[in-house]
Design a protein around this ligand. Structure first.
Ligand SMILES: Cc1cc2nc3c(=O)[nH]c(=O)nc-3n(C[C@H](O)[C@H](O)[C@H](O)COP(=O)(O)O)c2cc1C
Length: 171
């Protein structure tokens, strides 16, 4: 893994979210939870590089995002697809997902939330903003169908404080 300047980070925009996914980890090295996320974005705001993730309030990880100021986003190679599927279908409320995943946690350099040795891209992020989705502002009819339980996502922005990964992610 090489250090990457977050301002020149290169990702496959929609593809890395919708096809490759990330593991979102919030908390501290001693007390964290993680889940797979496939909806979000990476870009810039307020002059700084940032990520946007959307998390439903029922996720166990939601409690950690509310309690702790930092999170990490980790991307993995296709070899870890089954692991990410497990982390996106089981809840840390019911099982020890880290043990089941076989992944190895590593202390982050600049945030409290840890990352994984097996990741090919690590983004260490500090929360800068949150907002709940307002269904009154949905402008396309298909969107509401994602919320049969009306559990609209909470949107979190995180400033990318540090990025590290394989050379392909360097600008
Ligand atoms: C491919 C994939 C992508 C997902 N993306 C999201 C997402 O962006 N936001 C979200 O709230 N849940 C998402 N989920 C669902 C959570 O990962 C899932 O509910 C998980 O079990 C929550 O774990 P937790 O209760 O331990 O936090 C996704 C699941 C999968 C399989």
């Amino acid at each position: 893994m090489e250090e990457i300047d977050p301002r020149t980070l290169q990702v496959k925009s929609a593809g890395i979210w919708l096809k490759q996914w990330f593991v979102l980890t919030s908390g501290t090295f001693e007390d964290f939870n993680a889940m797979t996320v496939g909806w979000g974005s990476i870009g810039g705001i307020w002059g700084r590089p940032f990520v946007q993730v959307v998390v439903r309030p029922g996720r166990h990880t939601f409690q950690y995002l509310e309690k702790y100021p930092t999170f990490t986003l980790c991307a993995f190679s296709a070899n870890y697809k089954n692991t990410l599927m497990m982390m996106g279908t089981k809840s840390g409320r019911d099982c020890d997902k880290l043990a089941e995943s076989g992944l190895t946690i590593v202390a982050s350099k600049v945030v409290d939330a840890p990352f994984y040795r097996e990741a090919e891209l690590v983004l260490e992020c500090r929360k800068t903003y949150w907002q709940d989705m307002n269904p009154g502002n949905f402008l396309s009819g298909y969107i509401e169908g994602n919320y049969p339980d009306k559990d609209y996502h909470r949107i979190y922005f995180g400033e990318i404080m540090r990025a590290a990964g394989e050379a392909a992610y360097r600008g």
